[in-house]
Design a protein around this ligand. Structure first.
Ligand code: F6P
Length: 341
């Protein structure tokens, strides 16, 4: 394997640079290959926009959030497709491509692999909802950020006898909400997997306050939905790729909860803070292991596969596995429910 290409696609997250560094150290430092970075996701491959990643350029980035390569949700099939990508790789003499991405980017990578493009995937998304792996780069940091925020909301909620609603990311699955809610001691956690009924939520909160508690914390995933027919949720605007731009469910539910409980309510939407900043140690280690394993998978010709975590082992699975949503298991939700009042 003489030349490997690498890109980061989709929403960024903490730990991408740690993965890039591991790829460079393993490929360049140990195996003597070259690594070519494509800028801004698949845009860089379509346009041939590259930078060589030397050992020097991958120095000092382990702890840095974001991605030194830039990222985008560009769909390679809208910009020239397989033939254009094949031509870029051929022109640059690249033997294989490492794609670091979430559902959308790895979905494109899976299609490219079917068309014979030599691709290996690395899973990342703070949402942690890719089906082929037990964990994705970025999740641990997002959980820590959200947990810190819940801790902070606790103290101010307590001072003012308030109901605090905190909204975290989680488009199709409620991993961040559930983990941060458990770690931060939330009183209610609303996730996409379990449609909510605000009357029930409000009676939980009322019961809690009747027992003498002076405040409550509700954690809601941005993708949480009401039980059909119980609440009208406004349509989300579409983003540049045509997907609903989520965010704001907390503002919809907060006035209802205030009315139903009688408790003064405040809303915090964490948003992209969860995707920014330095990765926590667990993300640095996961990203490093994934980057190392991806280079070895490339060397072994494991095209069309993705590195993944199974238990505590790094394994590889078909790329197509990354395109299904991995919901929060029922068992975990049951644990959380124990603490809902
Ligand atoms: O990375 C996944 C995610 O964080 C989703 O939870 C969220 O809906 C989305 O990205 C927002 O991404 P952007 O604002 O970059 O389109």
């Amino acid at each position: 394997m003489e030349r490997i290409g690498i890109l980061t696609g989709g929403g960024d997250c903490p730990g991408l640079n740690a993965a890039i560094r591991a790829v460079v150290r393993r490929a360049v430092g140990v195996l003597g290959s070259e690594v070519i970075g494509f800028r801004d996701g698949f845009t860089g491959v379509l346009e041939g926009d590259v930078r060589e990643l030397t050992l020097e350029s991958a120095q000092g980035i382990l702890h840095r959030g974001g991605t030194i390569l830039g990222s985008s949700g560009a769909d390679p099939f809208r910009g020239g497709g397989t033939e254009r990508i094949r031509a870029t790789l051929r022109d640059l003499g690249i033997d294989g491509l490492i794609v670091i991405g979430g559902e959308g980017t790895l979905g494109s990578a899976a299609r490219l692999a079917e068309d014979g493009i030599p691709v290996v995937g690395i899973p990342k998304t703070i949402d942690n909802d890719l089906s082929g792996t037990d964990s994705c780069i970025g999740f641990a940091t997002a959980v820590q950020v959200a947990t810190d925020a819940i801790d902070r909301l606790h103290t101010t909620a307590e001072s003012h006898n308030r109901l605090m609603v905190i909204e975290v990311m989680g488009r199709s699955a409620g991993w961040i909400a559930l983990y941060s809610g458990l770690a931060g001691g939330a009183d209610i956690i609303l996730i996409p997997e379990h449609p909510f009924d605000l009357d029930e939520v409000a009676s939980h909160i009322r019961r809690r306050h009747l027992k003498g508690h002076s405040f409550s914390i509700v954690v809601v995933a941005e993708g949480a939905v009401p039980v059909e027919g119980t609440l009208v949720v406004p349509e989300y605007p579409l983003d540049e790729r045509g997907f609903p731009r989520l965010g704001g469910i907390s503002q919809v539910i907060a006035p209802h909860l205030e009315r139903l409980t009688g408790w003064v309510t405040r809303v915090t939407v964490l948003g992209h803070v969860q995707r920014g900043g330095s990765p926590v140690a667990a993300d640095r280690i996961l990203a490093t292991r994934f980057g190392h394993a991806a280079v070895d998978l490339v060397s072994a010709g494991g095209w069309g596969r993705m590195v993944a975590l199974r238990g505590s082992d790094v394994v590889d699975v078909p790329l197509a596995d990354a395109t299904k949503v991995r919901p929060v298991p029922e068992e975990l939700y049951r644990v959380a429910e124990t603490f809902f009042v």
